[in-house]
Design a protein around this ligand. Sequence first.
Ligand SMILES: [Zn+2]
Length: 315
Amino acid sequence: MAGSYTRGLHELGDSLYAYLQPDGGWGWSNAGLVCDGKHSLLVDTLFDLRLTERMLTEMRRAEPAAARIDTLVNTHANGDHCYGNELVGDARIVASGRTAAEMSELPPAAFAALVEQAPNMGEVGAFFLDCFGEFHFDGIELALPTQTFDGELTLHVGAKEVRLVEVGPAHTRGDTLALLPSERVLFSGDILFHGAHPIAWAGPVSNWIDACDRVLEMDLEVIVPGHGPLADKHAVSECKAYFQYLYAQGRRCHAEGMSPVEAARSIALDRWAQWGEPERLAVNVATIYRELDGTQEPGEALVAFSQMAELARGG
Ligand SMILES: [Zn+2]
């Protein structure tokens, strides 16, 4: 694992790149490019068209094959990994069936409307703007997957093999890992946030722990996380330990009758004190509570943002 954490393309091997967007906070996601000869595969697009166009321009400069992307893989349904899809709209777009279904549920227009209403929404609106106010959601036509799979799917980019492994629901309902076994590189999507709190929108957290184990079994040199600098398996071990610890603490707080926000305030996180976006703890605890209660439906996003705004305010 090498290289500095700067915005743009980072070469990981022969015609193999990560595209990084510091500081990796809300909406600042990473992507990837795999080429061989005239063949190309893109892992994820970015949160808006301007950012995605800037990325594609840089990719085309580095690799002529990126002038026309053959295949786009969306690791999951969050907008910061797919709202730029229309800019490679003639590509085959591959995602898990669960991701494809989820992608149609929060279209960019709904997101744009939320940002527009945010100034009238008090504390939660202010928090929402803190997270997403820098992005441009107007006029995005979301290009949906054209090919879906369940479980695993192996793709080829010229002679390179890209193995898609669905490990969700965890972060979202259909998280997918993209592994290049020969190159020992993994694009983890948001199964790994490097240097920040993960956020378990969907859960169950036990699936996320299992996903970490799947990654830890792989022979890897570099992991391109969904957010944050390039990583190795140590970061995945830390993520697994975080969720194991949080599950035990969440169980205790649940038994004591604390609300998710009260629990998040009471849980000591010394080992992960340096991680960004600590407000996500409220959502992770709420997701663990749903798991303990046996309710599997994902939480309401607005409730989640209210809980995070409350936690962020309380410090
Ligand atoms: Zn993301």
